[in-house]
Design a protein around this ligand. Structure first.
Ligand code: SF4
Ligand code: SF4
Length: 83
């Protein structure tokens, strides 16, 4: 089953995942200063958060990757305006 996890110990609270996610899957917990997966059902498995997280704290399970374009920095920059 499709799932997404944040390693709480690894998360440094930078909020990059909130900024990059096009479908608003994350919320920021002001008490713990960590990101939380709040709307997994919104996730389109674009993997942007996984790619950008500086702590490598985000992981996905059972997602279907069609292409690895998101690992190419030039394509990622092109995508930026759509996010
Ligand atoms: S991008 Fe990574 S380190 Fe930054 S808030 Fe999100 S999960 Fe935490
Ligand atoms: S994989 Fe894409 S849609 Fe899913 S939470 Fe990460 S940035 Fe959002």
């Amino acid at each position: 089953m499709f799932a997404m996890f944040i390693d709480e110990k690894a998360c440094r609270g930078c909020q990059l995942c909130l900024d990059v996610c096009p479908t608003k899957c994350f919320v920021f917990n002001e008490e713990t200063k960590k990101s939380v997966v709040a709307r997994l059902g919104n996730c389109i498995a674009c993997m942007s958060c996984d790619y950008l997280c500086p702590s490598g704290a985000i992981s996905h399970q059972d997602h279907h990757v069609v292409k690895n374009f998101y690992r190419n920095i030039h394509f990622s920059q092109r995508m930026e305006k759509f996010l």
